[in-house]
Design a binder for this molecule. Structure first.
Ligand code: LRH
Length: 488
């Protein structure tokens, strides 16, 4: 049996998963998990990328101590963020987090000279302040010294891969999150770079997914006491990895990647750039196969994660079991929020932000933790229903089932609420889908699996899928109409 290391680094925690394949089935083992939170300092939000790298090295040591020997490693992360290197290859500064508040201002300024419509036509990507494009625009004015010194820009998974193997490139799927990529040529869009007045040569070239980036550097091998291994360009974007691991059956299947963010969409050959898609905030990002996914990026478990931080601060930390119990005790359909409302993007106190929203929209104010949890989960479920209906309108396809991936599939209440709200079957799992997709990229690159279709068959044989059917239809339609009224 052969094994690979799949690093799946999210915007709240990172994991090293050992993925083993015996020719029939895949097996996963979580080796190491660490917290990864943006650091707020001098009015900016940064990623502590050297800590991420240190944690990755500790993860490798832990695996080696357990006697594991692997063929290769691959790294996937959240989208849009990047690091800058000086001409001697050194990291110039800590990368900014996409939650840096300055980006919004930067976006507003940029949009005085370029329209959302033209950007959407060129890239297929939704205009959002988090995008690399607007982060660069903001950097030009707010932190110009950095761009003046920069020689290379590497997106987060490729920056980390560079630390391990010394090769500089930007993998296709993560590059599609930047709003700087031209899907026609699959290369950086010159007109957008001209607009930004960014020298094209700082953007490291695009690498296709499922290619070998390089080999671990001697200094890494010595430090970690490992034999050199291949570093593979798996899909660098966690959502592309998650989609790869989902055994979608046909074009009536929706994929849903559920973590800090929730991403709902369907695979498409080419970006869908009609006006309605733009108005509804859809976006087109790349897949492992070099095609696209038409999708909407939305708030997910971020809302609950941030409430947990508030409760912890107040000395009333909740665990998963307790949250379930509190949810069950709370009255259904009490109050709703629009999960994508700006005020939830990075508030100092998420609980108060939710209460303020309910007050401002003349609803009952959720006071207890149970009421807050219900308000979040029910609002998420209704929001996803709205987006699925819009996907159907856009594509003319009757969507029949939802394949859910990611950590939030562990939340049984959320899965059931989604089945009830959408009246669709929900197939939840595999949970660690991003790391499985990451490993699939490696197995295909290593020639151990033929293609994605074969890989998905292996997934079906290897991991349990939880099935949720809609139940309890009473009151859902009225509640959905109520939700719509609130968010309009
Ligand atoms: C989710 C995600 C999402 C967005 C966001 C910044 O982890 O990748 O697709 O790109 O991070």
């Amino acid at each position: 049996m052969k094994s690979v290391w799949a690093f799946d680094i999210g915007a709240s925690n990172g994991r090293l998963i050992l993925n083993s394949f015996d020719g029939e089935k895949m097996y996963t083992k979580e080796i190491y998990r660490f917290t990864n939170l943006a650091v707020s300092v001098t009015n900016n939000y940064y990623w502590d990328v050297l800590n991420i790298f240190t944690q990755m090295k500790t993860a490798i040591r832990t695996s080696v101590q357990q006697g594991h020997k692997v063929e290769s490693m691959g790294i996937d992360t959240w989208g849009v963020d990047f690091g800058l290197l000086a001409s001697n290859g050194e990291l110039l500064a800590n990368p900014y987090s996409y939650r840096n508040p300055k980006n919004k201002m930067g976006m507003e300024r940029a949009l005085q000279n370029i329209t959302s419509e033209s950007l959407f036509q060129k890239t297929g990507v939704e205009t959002a302040p988090i995008n690399t494009l607007f982060q660069l625009f903001t950097m030009k004015t707010e932190h110009p010294h950095l761009l003046e010194m920069a020689d290379q820009l590497l997106l987060m998974p490729n920056l980390l891969a560079y630390f391990f193997c010394g090769e500089k490139n930007n993998e296709f799927t993560i590059s599609t999150t930047t709003q700087l990529l031209d899907p026609q040529s699959t290369d950086w869009d010159s007109s957008i770079l001209d607009f930004l007045q960014i020298d094209r040569k700082i953007l490291a070239p695009i690498a296709q997914p499922i290619t070998i980036a390089g080999e671990t550097l001697p200094v890494i091998n010595d430090e970690l006491q490992i034999d050199p291994i291949k570093v593979i360009n798996v899909p660098g974007h966690d959502t592309a990895c998650a989609l790869a691991a989902l055994p979608l059956k046909d074009h009536h299947s929706i994929f849903m990647s559920c973590g800090t963010w929730v991403i709902i969409g369907i695979p498409v050959e080419k970006p869908v750039t009609e006006e309605q898609a733009m108005t509804w905030g859809f976006t087109n990002e790349g897949t492992m196969e070099g095609t696209y996914r038409l999708q909407k990026n939305m708030m997910g478990m971020w809302l609950l994660q941030q409430c947990r931080i508030v409760w912890e601060r107040e000395g009333i930390a909740t665990d998963y079991e307790e949250e379930n119990r509190l949810f069950e005790q709370a009255q259904p359909f009490y109050s709703y929020i629009n999960p994508d409302d700006e005020r939830f993007f990075n508030p100092l106190n998420m609980v108060e932000a939710i209460q303020d929203y309910c007050r401002d929209t003349n609803q009952k104010i959720p006071e207890t933790r149970g009421q807050i949890i219900r308000c979040i989960l029910e609002s998420l479920a209704f929001h996803y229903f709205l987006v699925i209906k819009r996907l159907e309108t856009l594509t003319g396809i009757k969507l029949k089932r939802i394949h859910m991936a990611g950590g939030a599939t562990r939340n049984e209440h959320l899965c059931q609420l989604i089945a009830n709200a959408t009246t669709l079957d929900v197939l939840a799992g595999p949970v660690e889908s991003s790391s499985i997709g990451n490993a699939i990229g490696q197995w295909i690159a290593l020639g151990e699996m033929k293609n994605l279709q074969e890989a998905r068959e292996v997934v079906e044989r290897s991991f349990p899928i939880q099935h949720y059917q809609p139940t309890d239809s009473a009151g859902w339609e009225t509640a959905y109409q109520q939700f719509l009224k609130v968010i309009e």
